[in-house]
Ligand binder design. Structure first.
Ligand code: CUA
Length: 342
C-alpha cells in the first residue's frame, strides 16, 4: 500500500525510520489540501449560479448569521488546524531529537564536497558509511559558504552553515547505497556536490570499521615516517627530478656545472644571466617557470634558441616541482640567499 502510494506520488525509496512518518504527513497534507480546495471551488461555482443576479433591480439579501453559526465557522477550522499542528509537531520533535545512544559523525561541507569524520576513527570524502538499524547523529558545518545536506531516501535535510554546527539524525533501515545532494546553491559546481551514504549490515560495519582503523594507523605511521625522513619541499624536489628526467630536461641541461646545449642547472637558481638582448636577469622562480613555458622569450646569451615549450606538457605542480628541484642545485656562492648578510 505504502509502496504503491510512493510510486504514485514519485517519492524516493523509504530507507530510514523517518521516511514513513514524513511521507504520511506529506500524504495527509496533500490529501487534505486537495479535498479542501475541491470543496471550496465546487461551493464557489454553485453559489455563482444559484445566487446570481437575475434582474437589474435584484439586490442580495442582507444575512445576519446567528452567534451559533458564527461560532461554528470559527471553531471548526481552528480545531482542524490545531489537530494538523499536533500531528506535525509530534513528527517535528521526533526528527529533531537524536536518541542518546546515537553514533556521532562530523560532516563538513566545502566547495564542493562532503567530508565525514568519525570521532574515534576514520575519515571519508563524499562517502558516509553507517550501520543499519542504529541511530546516527550528524554534526554539520561548512568551511566556506552555506550548503545543505540532503538524503532523499532518509527524508533528512539540514543546512551546513559556516561558523556553527547544526545537527540532525537518522536511523537507516536497510543496507544499500543512497544519494546525498547539496540543496543550497553554493557556487559553480553546486550541482556536482554529490555523495552517497553506504548503509552496512552490523557484520559488514564491524569489518569495515576494523579495516579503517588498521588503514588509519598505517597512514599515520606513513605520515610520521615521511616527516622524519624528509620535509615536504625535499619531496617536491625529488618529484621534480623525476619529472625532469621523464620530459627530457637532461638531454640539454647538465647538473654538474658543464654547459651543454642549454645552461647547466647547477647554480642556475639565483644566478645573474646576461640575455641576448643585452639585459641582465636573475634566474628566480618566475624566470625559470617562464623559460619552461616560453623559452624563446628571454634567451640567455651564448645559447641557441633550441628549447621546445613545455606549455601544456607540464602541469602546474610538475612545473613547480622542477623549480624546487633546480633550487636544490644552487651553489654556495649565491647572492640571493641573504644568509651571508645575517
Ligand atoms: Cu554545496 Cu550547493
Amino acid at each position: 500500500m505504502n509502496e504503491l502510494l510512493n510510486n504514485i506520488l514519485f517519492l524516493p525509496e523509504q530507507a530510514s525510520t523517518f521516511a514513513e512518518r514524513v511521507d504520511s504527513l506529506h500524504i495527509f497534507v496533500v490529501t487534505v489540501t486537495m479535498l479542501s480546495s475541491f470543496a471550496v471551488g465546487t461551493a464557489a461555482l454553485y453559489f455563482f449560479f444559484r445566487y446570481r443576479r437575475r434582474t437589474a433591480e435584484q439586490m442580495t439579501e442582507y444575512v445576519v448569521p446567528s452567534v451559533k453559526t458564527e461560532f461554528l465557522f470559527v471553531s471548526l477550522p481552528l480545531i482542524f488546524f490545531l489537530t494538523w499542528f499536533v500531528i506535525g509537531f509530534r513528527d517535528f520533535v521526533f526528527v529533531t531529537t537524536p536518541p542518546k545512544d546515537a553514533m556521532d559523525v562530523y560532516v563538513m561541507g566545502k566547495q564542493w564536497m562532503w567530508k565525514f569524520s568519525y570521532p574515534e576513527g576514520p575519515n571519508g570524502v563524499n562517502v558516509l558509511h553507517v550501520p543499519a538499524n542504529r541511530p546516527v547523529r550528524l554534526l554539520i558545518t561548512s568551511r566556506d559558504v552555506i550548503h545543505s545536506f540532503f538524503v532523499p531516501a532518509f527524508r533528512i535535510k539540514m543546512d551546513a552553515v559556516p561558523g556553527r554546527y547544526t545537527q540532525t539524525w537518522f536511523e537507516a533501515t536497510k543496507p544499500g547505497t543512497y544519494q546525498i545532494l547539496c540543496t543550497e546553491y553554493c557556487g559553480l559546481s553546486h550541482s556536482k556536490m554529490l555523495g552517497e551514504v553506504v548503509v552496512l549490515s552490523p557484520e559488514e560495519w564491524d569489518a569495515w570499521l576494523k579495516e579503517q582503523r588498521r588503514g588509519d594507523l598505517a597512514n599515520r605511521q606513513d605520515a610520521l615516517a615521511d616527516l622524519s625522513l624528509a620535509p615536504p619541499p625535499a619531496r617536491m624536489a625529488e618529484q621534480g627530478q623525476k619529472v625532469a628526467a621523464e620530459v627530457g630536461c637532461f638531454k640539454c641541461h647538465t647538473v654538474n656545472g658543464e654547459p651543454h646545449i642549454g645552461p647547466t642547472f647547477l647554480g642556475m637558481y639565483g644566478r645573474q644571466e646576461t640575455l641576448q638582448d643585452g639585459n641582465d636577469i636573475i634566474a628566480d622562480e618566475a624566470y625559470i617557470t617562464q623559460s619552461m613555458m616560453d623559452p624563446g622569450a628571454h634567451l640567455v646569451s651564448g645559447y641557441p634558441n633550441a628549447m621546445p615549450t613545455f606549455q601544456g606538457k607540464l602541469t602546474g605542480p610538475q612545473t613547480a616541482a622542477i623549480v624546487e628541484y633546480i633550487k636544490t642545485l644552487r651553489t654556495p656562492d649565491i647572492r640571493t640567499t641573504g644568509a651571508s648578510q645575517g
